[in-house]
Design a protein around this ligand. Structure first.
Ligand code: GTP
Ligand code: MG
Length: 148
């Protein structure tokens, strides 16, 4: 089944948004397959965001991500990569629709609370980076109440 990597950034943890964010993914029907609170170091953050290394905001972005613990998660379900991005909302929170996580809880692009993989390919790379031990293996007994 499709999986995505979701990270609650340090501002989301500091602001007490962990429960709210997990709740939105759970209520949608996605399955939690990995979860840890972790503070990453600079080389790790640079690796995670390596595609953005040429951007002028790269250094600030890395500083932001290493500034405190993050909640790293693997979520699973049909279309979870694209739909996870919809739950998250546009990168710039002032452009994110209300009802999305960034639209409801953020203002600045450099404090946008949450990360979600942008493709199945990135998701697989990011899950391998953050969860080298592999995601958990369990099946929800609610499956046939969520999927036809
Ligand atoms: P992620 O889910 O975090 O990867 O966000 P995204 O996929 O919506 O955006 P992108 O991958 O392009 O950028 C990664 C992160 O860099 C964003 O979430 C922002 O926190 C930050 N970022 C992107 N663009 C800008 C910018 O123009 N200025 C600043 N300060 N930060 C930016
Ligand atoms: Mg991105």
């Amino acid at each position: 089944a499709e999986q995505t990597f979701i990270m609650i950034k340090p501002d989301g943890v500091q602001r007490g948004l962990v429960g709210e964010i997990i709740s939105r993914f759970e209520k949608k029907g996605f399955y939690l397959k990995g979860l840890k609170l972790i503070t990453v170091d600079r080389p790790f953050a640079e690796k995670h965001y390596s595609d953005l290394s040429a951007k002028p905001f790269f250094n600030g972005l890395v500083e932001y991500i290493i500034s405190g613990p993050v909640v790293a998660m693997v979520w699973e379900g049909k279309g979870v990569v694209a739909t996870g991005r919809k739950l998250i909302g546009a990168t710039n929170p002032l452009a994110s629709e209300p009802g999305t996580i960034r639209g409801d809880f953020a203002i600045d692009i450099g404090r946008n609370v949450i990360h979600g993989s942008d493709s199945v390919e990135s998701a697989n790379k990011e899950i391998a980076l953050w969860f080298p031990e592999g995601p958990a293996n369990w099946q929800s007994s609610l499956h046939s109440w969520i999927y036809e």
